[in-house]
Design a protein around this ligand. Structure first.
Ligand code: SAM
Length: 185
């Protein structure tokens, strides 16, 4: 199952921080790509790419102002679409059905306002609780449910930085271009 995320209605400045967090959350929890719509933000995209390169794996980020083109292409290629909204069906009640399709999944998160076209073209409109909160929180919880916890075992290939989990302090391997490990001081 390939997971992509579509972030609607990005606004430069106002949404830079939250869209960055949408991208990093999508990647950390197992998405291979984020599509961005709204205002084209080269600087934010470069900063996400730089972080992804340093932390490993094959994450992509692409701008397309026509979010309907992304949605229609996804459908034409046989993928399924989940739109995260507080008005949808409860995530924990439908996630097994989504996973069991075995199809690639496009998860859409909104911005300030979301067109009814998005609701209509989604296979599932899905809520993570019925309370308003954040695209980052909704995305993390939904990806966690969809991955059935397997995001904790993901490996990101060829990182520069690699955290070695530790109860106290900070243990980080730094890989040089020859894959030799140095320790962060
Ligand atoms: N009224 C919006 C809605 O439909 O969820 C809340 C807008 S919120 C500022 C921006 C985005 O966060 C929404 O488009 C949605 O993707 C996500 N979001 C917020 N609360 C959510 C919830 N309880 N369940 C799922 N997604 C949520």
């Amino acid at each position: 199952m390939n997971i992509n995320v579509l972030r609607l209605d990005h606004r430069i400045g106002r949404d830079t921080r939250i869209t960055t967090h949408v991208c990093l959350t999508a990647r950390a929890f197992g998405a291979s790509k984020v599509w961005l719509a709204g205002e084209e933000d080269h600087s934010m995209m470069k900063s996400v790419k730089d972080i992804a390169n340093r932390w490993g794996g094959d994450f992509e980020i692409e701008y397309n102002n026509s979010y309907m083109e992304v949605i229609m292409n996804w459908r034409e290629n046989g993928g399924k679409i989940v739109h995260l909204t507080m008005y949808g069906s409860q995530a924990h009640e439908i996630v097994d059905e989504v996973r069991e399709t075995g199809e690639d999944i496009l998860i859409i998160v909104g911005g300030a306002k979301v067109s009814t076209k998005v609701y209509k073209n989604a296979d599932w409109n899905v809520s993570v609780t019925t309370q308003p909160h954040s695209e980052v929180a909704a995305l993390a919880i939904f990806q966690h449910l969809l991955m059935d916890g397997k995001e904790f075992d993901l490996e990101f290939e060829n990182p520069v930085f690699e955290v070695i989990p530790t109860a106290h302090g900070k243990n980080v391997n730094i890989h040089d271009e020859n894959r030799k490990i140095h320790k962060e001081e």
